[in-house]
Design a protein around this ligand. Structure first.
Ligand SMILES: [Zn+2]
Length: 152
């Protein structure tokens, strides 16, 4: 993440929606091969959490990851239900299961923010005092800690 170029958050959001849609469609289709409804729902819940977690990595904000994973999973699942698995609770199922994906997106979206913060802390914009090792600003002339003159 640290080396990745800064992306437009909106582009990341759209990418995350597309990823969530694609993954939940694959997961939804795979679930139609599972014979028992209980197993199917259990599998869908777990797999969608994973799909959302993957999709959420494309965004750098938890709430964006949440929304993108929710939207994407809902669309992907509903499509699969329409095509391969017509049942009387299609909307309800898609809405409920999309929530599992959304939680996954929320978790990794938050992680992304933490990574960005860490990258900002230890990124190339920070240098250290040569005599005491304290972190000093890029434009500082004197170390705030040991008062040594910073020559580089
Ligand atoms: Zn110093």
């Amino acid at each position: 993440m640290a080396s990745a170029p800064v992306r437009n958050p909106l582009a990341g959001f759209v990418l995350a929606i597309l990823a969530a849609t694609g993954l939940s469609a694959v997961v939804g289709f795979a679930s139609t091969l599972i014979p028992y409804l209980e197993f199917r729902l259990f599998f869908l819940g777990l797999a969608l959490f994973g799909a959302g977690a993957f999709a959420g990595r494309k965004t750098c904000l938890g709430i964006l990851g949440f929304m993108a994973a929710y939207l994407g999973a809902f669309v992907g699942l509903y499509l699969i239900e329409l095509l391969f698995w017509t049942n009387p609770w299609m909307e309800l199922l898609a809405l409920g299961l999309a929530l599992a994906s959304a939680l996954g997106g929320l978790v990794t979206g938050k992680l992304g923010v933490r990574q960005l913060e860490r990258a900002a802390q230890f990124g190339p914009g920070v240098r250290r005092c040569s005599s005491c090792g304290a972190r000093v600003g890029t434009s500082a002339h004197k170390c705030w800690s040991c008062k040594a003159t910073l020559t580089y």
